[in-house]
Design a protein. Structure first.
Lengths: 965, 224
């Protein structure tokens, strides 16, 4: 039933909202939650429970009613208790088979005795039945139906910054925000609710004046220049150094604050008695939210189960809303004197101290029709014969609270159990984290406001604004929570966890089976593992465990609170994805030439250049043929490119690489091998001596960043007189290779390209096409060629010039795959393909590159030891039979000798120029002699015959590097 | 043999820009986008992303770097992670105790002077062919908040602070400058990551009413 306008209601009464629920048409008012609109329309049954499919209604109206989750088109598990109803919504309850009213699983409760706690774990004990149970559980569990055609929703994922972040905009949070802002801090205050104000605007006790405190604070907050108020935004987690993700309807904001105030309040806890889940039984605060936020009358005739002052305010609020209150059952032995109790008595409401609800009764629809009250003794036991039935259509439970301390736990707060309050409160807060209000154990309205002032000033001071001040916060005089809000019943159905349908006896059985530790109990019983994550059940479970094991709540402790505090849409977590791609300066040229790109670390490199009508492999072989017979150009700009300058540059390289560089002539290049401390080959490249004190050197593409970082570290450690510069991104590099390369290059430069002036393995500086270049005559692909390095901004221009100059010679580009083939023909290894994390230089035939007579180089001591030991394997060349036509072995296929693993293939390819499949492989040292036959086991288990052969496979005498004109 | 044509400088962002460019210009021998279209001018005050890679720049590091620069008449910032804007508009960025980046305005010659001068002891020239970007407009801060964990609002032009941070996963050097139309930000990154940074910033800027802007619309921001 809809009430007259409430002063702070969230409704826009000028707009009616029409929607459908379970196939029926409903009307609500703009601002209604789905649940409030349904309740106002008399629809009290709004969902089914997870396990027994019992009918359920509103419990908290605070974003924790997991039995009132609905499917909203492609959006599943929409929280009906808080999500605003929209025009045209077509909603269904998520956990039914055949609809809410005629759910085929509604009789599952009758089989409850066959579904004891932990039954699914036990079901899986039988391996034979495992598949059956798996199918059953998969069919009957899961909430909502995923529509796989749901579009990808891109949300912004943003960062934000403030001095003080206040989490919770209730009275204490608002007060804290104002104090901090007045001290000069930049404050952000967020609240998960659609509107700020918290309980200050709905826990009124029928006294509208009470709301003025909060209204006044809220008005000041909204007007304060230093404060940003974020409504409909919840703090999802707490990470180190005051880093808090804030979640709103559209996005996630990663808030970095200098100080965080947790003013998140407390979750009202349901009392536990038989049938405490009937629609119509709800937390007292839920009724107050319905009244004051949505102007909905929760019940016509209510009973209030109380154990604190809040229960009395609920009763007065119900009366103010026009409901009658049949009785207030106070679980405490006596009722403390209060104006609220006096007011209720004056209105003729019966107040029964030392009473509880024994059980609730359902009508024909399964909804609340009455309760049986009973007397309880000091231990919470039912006094025999004291039962008394009271008709009602609403039961408000106000028996206690649990602090919303999830973020405090995540921040590392040490909590202690306060016996007076019957609540965990912060004992030691981490630096920069503050707490106030109910989460801090402060419940009276005036005290919460004072506690907020205290926390606000302290947080601002921590952020460098003002100074902390003493603020008196009066201590609580009565407990807001009952120590044992539980009433036993021989027929059970007294639910502790509404997510998982866990009853009191489930805990008793679990403890009896030995799960008597809070973490074990959680996992075995699944308490707190449902969508509400124990916000309504963990504290009660803890009390039960404490009583069953004879411990105090402090001794039992709490379970770990992990992010996120509340479910976050995956679209929010994913946000806009950032995956940095690295493109060579020539990328656009490759794309224009039809390059098919491959990912190589962060780089996109041309794997090959597609030609219409040709297969991938034909394209690659044509590119290789062009290199061998004419001229071709490859982008090698991804190589790491470093420069070392200074009087001790040569000494630096001597220490970093296994070879010797102090005796290099200016204008020469030398192959370079780098090892780590254990002598493992870690990188390789070419060192060019540009001047006496300047060396330019390359690294592998994949090793560039690592090598630069490590060499920078060593340069700092060794304190040599030299400086290291990373030119990887600053220089473009390309390799012009092939018999016609010199002829092509000669068209663009005045440099002397004769073999005498520019011999193999020399480096020269000059100008090509008017562009300053460094050129090295190196032969990775085994042809006469020039590796040309230029400033990145001239790379495309030089590429264009070379391609144009080479037109007459049949020039074309070649990609990574062709280069791999060509280098394999030359027997050149690729670090990390033909080596692994244990390969030393001696295993790959690089003894010549290791100068153990040097005083020092990284890995020397290890290699000295390794050299004295027999080799365990060796990299060799191999080939398959000349006319082999079967399935071709792949890289990493094993070499088998006498039934044992004798090695593995590291590279293999068909060589058009050799006319066979050729490859490199690690084999046992006893198998290295050319001509040694061996077998490769391929994927289907069959063996392929191969034989060891010498390398290079192609041009073994390097004739291609010799003068030919 | 003679070079068949004079070398043209190509911006590291060229590949990303070319499909969208409406008008080209050449500045400092670099082919640059003058305009992307009629929306450029409206984007500048919201969230404009411009390419200033055409500016000549040079770097230097080493214990003798500051003295060497001073000897060339280039004043250097007193403290690391700060910058100076010289009277002629040249930017001098101090990225560490001994590392500097000097960027000319159009027509400037300090970078060329550095490149032409032999380094003295303890001076190591650092060639710089960065992607150089500018972010303008009142939504610039929001743009940075959606792309970077650093608070760009704390980069006050008056403090002349410099920050090296990660934006969309790319390492950038950033400063804030005062312009006639308010504060704008300059970014430098490794040119090989420039295309990704550019494309991503333009995409996010579009959500904020902005996008790529050519040199014509940048006006004084491009020239200063």
């Amino acid at each position: 039933m809809r009430l007259p306008a409430m002063p702070d209601e969230w409704l826009d009464r000028s707009r009616t909202v029409r929607f459908r629920f379970e196939g029926r048409a409903f009307e609500g008012v703009a601002g209604d939650s789905i649940a409030s609109a349904l309740w106002a329309a008399g629809q009290r049954t709004q969902g089914r429970s997870f396990k027994y499919h019992r009918v359920r209604g509103i419990l908290s109206a605070a974003n924790h009613d997991v039995n009132v989750m609905v499917q909203d088109g492609q959006k599943l598990n929409t929280r009906g208790d808080v999500v605003a109803v929209r025009e045209g919504m077509d909603l269904t309850a998520v956990n039914t088979f055949g609809g809410l009213a005629k759910d085929r699983a509604r009789h599952l409760g009758m089989f409850a005795r066959f579904l004891p706690v932990g039954f699914y774990y036990k079901a899986f004990h039988n391996k034979r039945l495992f598949p059956m149970w798996e199918r059953v559980f998969r069919r009957i569990t899961g909430l909502g139906v995923v529509d796989f055609s749901t579009p990808h929703i891109r949300t912004a994922k943003r960062y934000d910054f403030c001095d003080v972040l206040v989490i919770g905009a209730g009275p204490s949070g608002l007060s804290a925000a104002l104090s901090a802002a007045d001290a000069g801090a930049r404050v952000v205050i967020c609240d998960e609710n659609a509107r700020a104000g918290g309980s200050g605007l709905y826990q009124l006790g029928g006294d509208a004046v009470r709301r003025q405190h909060t209204r006044s604070l809220l008005d000041k907050v909204k007007a304060h220049a230093n404060i940003r108020l974020l409504e409909g935004t919840y703090a999802g987690a707490y990470y180190a150094d005051q880093w808090v993700p804030l979640i709103d309807a559209d996005k996630m904001t990663k808030m970095r604050a200098k100080a965080v105030i947790v003013a998140s309040g407390a979750f009202e806890q349901p009392a536990v008695f038989r049938n405490n889940d009937l629609p119509g039984v709800m937390n007292g605060s839920a009724m107050q939210r319905l009244i004051y936020r949505y102007a909905v009358k929760p019940a016509g005739n209510a009973v209030v189960l109380a154990a604190n002052a809040d229960g009395y305010r609920v009763a007065l609020d119900l009366i103010a809303a026009g409901a009658s209150v049949a009785a207030v059952l106070d679980m405490r032995a006596s009722v403390p004197p209060s104006a609220q109790a006096d007011a209720l008595r004056a209105k003729g409401v019966e107040i029964l101290a030392g009473h509880a609800v024994y059980e609730a009764h359902a009508d024909g629809k399964g909804e609340l029709a009455g309760i049986t009250a009973c007397r309880i003794d000091g231990s919470g036991r039912v006094v025999s014969g004291s039962q008394r039935r009271i008709a009602c259509d609403g039961l408000a439970m106000s028996t206690g609270w649990a602090p919303a301390a999830n973020l405090l736990y995540q921040a590392g707060t040490k909590m202690r159990f306060d016996e007076l309050l019957q609540q965990f409160v912060p004992d030691q807060l981490p630096e920069g984290v503050f707490a106030c209000g109910r989460v801090n154990g402060v419940f009276k309205l005036e005290s919460r406001i004072a506690d907020g002032q205290r926390a606000g000033l302290a947080a601002a001071a921590h952020a460098g604004h003002g100074s902390a001040a003493q603020v008196d916060v009066p201590p609580e005089t009565e407990s807001p929570s009952h120590a044992w809000p539980i009433v036993a019943h021989p027929d059970g159905k007294n639910f502790v966890d509404f997510d998982e349908d866990l009853q009191v006896k489930d805990f008793e059985n679990a403890v009896q089976e030995g799960y008597d530790n809070i973490e074990l109990l959680k996992r075995f019983s699944t308490v707190g593992m449902g969508p509400s994550q124990g916000k309504h059940s963990n504290m009660t479970a803890l009390r039960i465990l404490a009583r069953l094991t004879g411990k105090s709540p402090q001794q039992v402790g709490t379970t770990t609170a992990r992010p996120f505090f509340h479910p976050v849409p995956l679209s929010h977590l994913a946000g806009r994805g950032f995956s940095p791609q690295r493109h060579s300066p020539l990328h656009g040229r490759h794309a224009a030439l039809g390059a098919v790109f491959m990912q190589a670390g962060a780089w996109e490199r041309p794997e090959y250049y597609a030609v219409e009508g040709k297969s991938r492999i034909d394209c690659i072989r044509e590119e290789a043929r062009r290199v061998r017979t004419a001229v071709a150009l490859i982008d090698v700009g991804t190589l790491g490119k470093l420069e070392i300058r200074g009087p001790q540059a040569a000494e630096f390289l001597n220490r970093c690489y296994t070879g010797r560089y102090d005796n290099m002539k200016v204008g020469a290049t030398r192959y370079a091998v780098m090892c780590d401390e254990s002598g493992v080959l870690s990188d390789e490249g070419v060192v060019a001596r540009i001047a006496e004190d300047v060396f330019y050197f390359t690294t592998t593409s994949s090793g560039a960043a690592t090598v630069y970082r490590e060499l920078s570290r060593l340069n700092i450690e060794w304190k040599l007189d030299c400086g290291l510069i990373n030119l990887t991104g600053s220089y473009s590099a390309m390799n012009l290779a092939g018999p016609a390369s010199r002829k092509v290059l000669a068209q663009l430069t005045d440099m002397d390209l004769s073999s005498a002036a520019f011999p193999y393995l020399a480096v020269r500086s000059g100008s090509v096409a008017g562009i300053p270049v460094r050129m090295m005559r190196v032969g990775f692909v085994g042809e006469w060629g020039y590796e040309i390095h230029v400033p990145a901004e001239y790379g495309p221009t030089l590429w264009d010039a070379l391609m144009k100059a080479g037109e007459g010679a049949g020039i074309g580009p070649f990609g990574v795959e062709a280069q791999r083939l060509l280098r394999l023909e030359k027997g050149h290894l690729i670090v990390s393909q033909d080596t692994d994390g244990l390969t030393n230089p001696f295993e790959v035939g690089m003894d010549w590159a290791v100068k153990l007579d040097k005083p020092f180089f990284t890995g020397k001591r290890s290699l000295q030891i390794v050299k004295k030991m027999p080799l365990k394997r060796k990299l060799v060349g191999f080939r398959l039979a000349e006319n082999y036509s079967g399935e071709v072995p792949k890289e990493c296929h094993l070499i088998i000798e006498n039934g044992d693993i004798a090695g593995r293939v590291t590279s293999i390819s068909w060589s058009p120029h050799v006319g066979r499949y050729i490859g490199l492989a690690f084999v046992l040292p006893s198998m290295t002699e050319p001509g040694t036959p061996f077998s490769i086991r391929i994927t289907d288990g069959s063996m392929v015959a191969a034989e060891v052969c010498s390398t290079p496979f192609f041009d073994p005498k390097d004739e291609r590097q010799k003068e030919i004109e | 043999m003679n070079a068949p044509f004079a070398p043209t400088r190509i911006s590291p962002l060229f590949d990303e820009q070319a499909p969208h460019a409406a008008k080209w210009t050449q500045v400092e021998t670099m082919q640059s986008v003058a305009a992307y279209g009629s929306a450029d001018a409206a984007r500048v005050p919201l969230a404009g992303i411009g390419d200033l890679s055409f500016r000549r720049r040079a770097g230097v590091k080493g214990p003798g770097a500051a003295a060497w620069l001073n000897a060339l008449g280039i004043a250097t910032p007193e403290r690391p992670n700060s910058y100076l804007r010289l009277d002629d508009g040249t930017l001098v960025l101090r990225m560490g105790n001994t590392e500097f980046l000097v960027e000319d305005v159009a027509g400037g010659s300090r970078a060329a002077t550095m490149l032409a001068t032999a380094p003295s002891a303890g001076v190591y020239p650092v060639p710089r062919y960065d992607a150089a970007l500018v972010i303008t407009g009142r939504n610039a801060i929001e743009l940075t908040r959606q792309t970077c964990a650093f608070d760009f609002a704390s980069l006050s032009p008056s403090a002349q602070a410099l920050v090296m941070t990660s934006m969309v996963g790319v390492g950038v050097t950033a400063i804030a400058l005062d312009g006639a139309d308010g504060t704008y930000f300059r970014l430098w990154c490794d040119g090989t990551y420039g295309g990704y940074l550019w494309a991503t910033l333009v995409e996010v800027a579009a959500d904020l009413g902005g996008g790529a802007v050519g040199l014509d619309a940048l006006g004084r921001v491009a020239q200063q």
